[in-house]
Every structure is written in C-alpha cells, then in structure tokens.
Design a protein around this ligand. Structure first.
Ligand SMILES: Cc1cc2cn([C@H]3C[C@H](O)[C@@H](CO)O3)c(=O)nc2[nH]1
Length: 224
C-alpha cells in the first residue's frame, strides 16, 4: 500500500481537453482504497432547477456561456471544498482550468462579453484568495486535438454533437499555454504530463506504472 504521511491530505486535479480520457483515469484510480474520486458535476449542469445549462451554453454561447461558467465555478468550488475522509482527493478538472481554459476560450472567441469576463474573473480572484481551492498536483492528460475530436465523436454526448473542431483546437492550445508553455496564467501546483493520445487501455497500463508517482509525487512540495 501507499505510505502516506499521517493526516496529510492531498488533492489531485485531472486536467485535459474534452475527450482526453479523464473519466477513464478517475475510474481507474477509484479502485484504490486511499483515493476518493470526484467527477465533474455534469449532471448538475444538465439539470439546474430543470434547466439544461450545458445545452443552453452550446446552443447559444453568446447568450448563455457567462451564466453557465458562473454555475460551473460554483459547482467546482463545491468540489474543491468537499470534505473527504480518505487521504487522497482526485478531482476531475478544477476552478483553475475553468478560468484559464474555458472562460478564456469563450472570451477570446468573442462568445463572452468583456463585462461578463471581468465579473467572472472578479469572482475567481476572490475565491482563490479566500477559499482553499489549492490542488497539490495537476495530472495533465495531454492529447492532440485530432484524438480528442475523434473520441468526442465516438462518445458523442448529445450536447457536444455540434462542437466545432476550432473550439476543441482552441481549448487544446489554452491547456498547452497554461500547463506546458506557462505563457500567461499562474500554475497553482506541480504538473505531471501524461501522453493521453495512446489507446485508453494502454493508458491504464501507464496509470499503473506511474501510480506511485501520481499518488506520492504530490506530497513533495517543490517550489513551483
Ligand atoms: C471547470 C470547467 C469544466 C468545464 C466543462 N465544460 C464542458 C466541456 C464538456 O462538453 C462538458 C463536460 O466536461 O462541459 C465547459 O464548457 N466549461 C467547463 N469549465
């Protein structure tokens, strides 16, 4: 079993483009007794008071993306602050990729007004300054846009049917800018990059090989 320093709890955030294999990774790590996985609350986004906010956002992003990302930010803060008995909390995505990848993509793509972007950023800045949403490790499932697109088509969530290729490409570049190129936005903790283009069954092999690294590495506080 994994030797964890007593009492120290760690939070790992699994980041990656749509279709990068995040659910596969979380499902794999859910098998370990020391890990509590928390998926993205997509079901909350699909049924908020009877409204499918995800569908609204994809159907009319100029009108609904601010409202959607505002709700996403609330639900992700809820996941970040959810008490977990087990020593390791493994979350799907984070409030950080919400701001630096998704909100950024919508604003740069002209799908979110400057005023909306400014208000969402004010919320994000206040939350990160006043609430513990700090991860210990980011596992970045790095895919090529081609592979991400192919998996989206194959999985085809209804709401994602019409996502344009350009949207997925832009999201890929924003993940690369943030986590690899470190171009503009702060990276809250250390990052472990995995090649997620490989077949998901082979990816599980890599998860096993690197399990100790994934689960232990985040204990090592390196100056980021
Ligand atoms: C933090 C965060 C996650 C997230 C997911 N999404 C979309 C991408 C997928 O189509 C779906 C599930 O990840 O939600 C989004 O538009 N904005 C987001 N922000």
């Amino acid at each position: 079993g994994l030797k964890m320093s007593a009492g120290k709890k760690i939070t790992i955030c699994v980041e990656g483009n749509i279709g990068s294999g995040k659910t596969t990774l979380l499902d794999h790590f859910a098998q370990f007794p020391e890990v509590k996985t928390i998926s993205e609350p997509v079901n909350k986004w699909r049924d908020a008071g009877g409204h499918n906010l995800l569908e609204l956002m994809y159907s009319d992003p100029a009108r609904y993306s601010c409202m959607f990302q505002s709700y996403v930010q609330l639900t992700m803060m809820d996941n970040h602050t959810a008490p977990v008995e087990k020593p390791i909390k493994m979350m799907e995505r984070s409030i950080h990729s919400g701001r630096y990848c998704f909100i950024e993509n919508l604003h740069r793509g002209g799908l979110m007004a400057d005023a909306e972007y400014a208000v969402l950023d004010q919320w994000f800045q206040w939350i990160t300054a006043n609430v513990n949403v700090q991860p210990d490790l980011i596992v970045y499932l790095r895919t090529s846009p081609e592979v991400a697109l192919e998996r989206i088509r194959r999985r085809s969530r209804d709401e994602e049917r019409a996502i344009p290729e350009s949207y997925v490409r832009a999201l890929h570049e924003l993940h690369e800018d943030w986590l690899v190129r470190r171009a503009q936005f702060p990276v809250p903790c250390q990052v472990l990059v995995l090649d997620a283009d490989q077949d998901l069954s082979l990816l599980k092999e890599e998860f096993n090989v690197r399990k100790q690294e994934i689960l232990c590495r985040s204990e090592v506080k390196s100056p980021v």
